[in-house]
Design a protein around this ligand. Structure first.
Ligand SMILES: C[S@@+](CC[C@H](N)C(=O)[O-])C[C@H]1O[C@@H](n2cnc3c(N)ncnc32)[C@H](O)[C@@H]1O
Length: 167
């Protein structure tokens, strides 16, 4: 089966690199706005992956994108995304660590990057429990894979087949 690669990013540089990359012939690289929707019809993809994307978004943006990815994934399709592992949480102070323990989600703003990056695009940490709970609002079959020694872990989920009600 032939795979067709579609990619959307807000980054012009990233898009140019992909278009010119000899290992990615025949890919379609579309620009996208920071907020959904993407220019694809509903149920368009059987697999969507987002490497090191949700490691940056605030919760409002995260949820808006999860809802959008659910829209463009076909029933039974697979979403794969990455989140920071525990090994990466050393940059959080005691308050951040406590928040991660209590709420499972920390969006850490950097004063050094103020004005350079939007407030919604900073550094984000998720607990395993939070990810499973949050993704369950849209998806089923959520699996969390801790990558040994990795800075990021992998989470997979499936679009709920038509006719199944998530409660
Ligand atoms: C750390 S980079 C990772 C890029 C690539 N996935 C990789 O692994 O090398 C984060 C990417 O997320 C994209 N991104 C984050 N938020 C976005 C948004 N709201 N709309 C479009 N792209 C977004 C950025 O443009 C950037 O390309």
């Amino acid at each position: 089966m032939a795979a067709v690669l579609w990619s959307s990013t807000a980054s012009t540089l990233m898009r140019r690199l992909c278009v010119g990359h000899r290992h990615l012939p025949g890919g379609h690289f579309l620009p996208c706005a920071p907020t959904p929707p993407l220019p694809y019809p509903a149920a368009h993809f059987d697999v969507i992956y987002c490497l090191s994307v949700f490691t940056h978004l605030d919760e409002r943006m995260q949820d808006a994108w999860l809802a959008e990815l659910d829209r463009i994934l076909e029933p039974g399709g697979v979403l794969l995304l990455t989140v920071y592992s525990e090994a990466a949480t050393g940059v959080l102070g005691a308050d951040g660590q406590e928040m991660l323990r209590d709420f499972g989600f920390v969006h850490k703003r950097s004063s050094k990057l103020r004005g350079l990056l939007p407030d919604w695009y900073q550094t984000t940490f998720h607990s395993r429990e939070y990810m499973v709970r949050r993704l369950s609002q849209w998806f089923s079959g959520i699996q969390y894979f801790a990558v040994p020694g990795g800075e990021q872990n992998v989470v997979t989920a499936r679009k709920v087949p038509a006719g199944v009600l998530l409660l």
